[in-house]
Design a protein around this ligand. Sequence first.
Ligand SMILES: [Zn+2]
Length: 527
Amino acid sequence: MARRLRGGRPIARRASTWAAVALLATQLVGVSAVAAADPVSFGTPTASSTFGKSIVFEQPVTISGTPKRVEILVTTPGAIGPEVVPLPSGAATGSSLTYTMDMATGGGAVPNTTFTARWRVVDADGKAWLGPPVSRTYDDDRFTWKTLNGKVVRVHWYEGGQALGQKAVKIGDDAIAAAADLLGVTESDPIDFFIYADQKAFYDALGPGTRENVGGQAHPDIRTLFALIAPDEIDAGWIESVVPHELTHVVFATAVDNPYHEPPHWLNEGLAVYLSDGYDAAFKAMVQSAAGDGSLMPLDGLAGAFPTTQDRFFLAYGESVSAVDRIVRVNGRDALVKLIRSYRDGVSDDDAFKAALGTDVAGFEADWLADLGAKPPTRLGPQPAPGGPLPAGWSGPRPNPSFEVGASAAPGSPIVPGRSGSPSTTDWFILIGAVVAGLLLIAAVAIVLIRRRRPAMAAPVAVDARSTPVAPDRDAAPSWVDTDWSLPRPDDGAPPDAAQLDAALPDAAPPVAPTPPPDPTDHPTGS
Ligand SMILES: [Zn+2]
């Protein structure tokens, strides 16, 4: 699930893809004569989609004269507003407007996302004409999907018999009912559940940047779930685990929906694991082991994205369900529900915890660690740089290296304005050096500005408070992967046990297995 403002479709997530969107063509198909009444009239727009390639929007139009601006407005479910893509200047005086959204990079939209577009023509006086909307769902059309409707869950699968769909629908509807009942919400709008039979197709659907070992993923904003379930896994524990797990995320999102503040990731994942698998022996062993050697991650390190390395990734789930288990054991199920539901009012974490559990987050964490008999977790992450050596005889305070961005000019600097006399050769070198440095600085600023302006669809709409601001390079890896609720997948379809977690999950390993970085960089990357 992507974090968002009120029901907000993660535009930030879009941004990474739309940075790559190519405005392929705006064709002139003959300039029309002046229309009788209105200088701009729209025909019926159309849209088509091809998985992994493109979504094409076409709009018949009659425009007399030369508009000042023509743009397409594209929106996705729950977005706070459309993305606006201007057409190249002077390119839109014809009778057909075409916009091709490049989906080849696959980095931003998962299948089942519906895009709605309309065109806007603006004349020199600022008068605007808005065309009719057209919607198109981005489908994974590589497969012929079978569909089975349950009460709420709509299962889609392409391999395996009817029994697979029936089982998934049953598990899904039961899970929805249980979670909705627990959290006191009503779920009646359909939830689409897509079952992929092989890992490559599954990962292609989720897009690049999908984390290793991910076997399921929930996108509550489009009420869509994805899971990797092979047809022969119909009787394996995995299907009993992944279906309720992902559906719990959808119900959780409904229960906490607010425009201000989202609960910590560990609470969301902890509930999903608790309701699907419980705090089982494998997770207990894992958490106890980490508690014993001081390698537990602090809960605030699990408030955002989970770590990427496999052992820490699994441990993150273990700690999450361990913490949720403690809340239920000590404070009771009602307190857990109260805690989760209080987020709907947009309260802070401390306020939510105090009201439901009688202690703030730090207090809860301390109690949880004491309960586990854990050594205090080692705090990793950015460390302040050490201060440099002090000059001999220096008696002032040790300088803060953070502010030492440049040396001040030495007394008698040769480039002081108004200095009398001719500059020496050394002066000239310094002067030229300063000019060159200045030009380089200007060029760097210009490059930054150009880069910022380039992705027209990647307008800096930072609705995702946790993922986007920490990604200064919008063209880099898509940020939304940090915020989708994923479930790690064991390699044999069963819930992970300690041996598996130690073993490296060969089948589920990604094409590029990460090399565990040397300590201390092997730590959570939570955003
Ligand atoms: Zn999850």
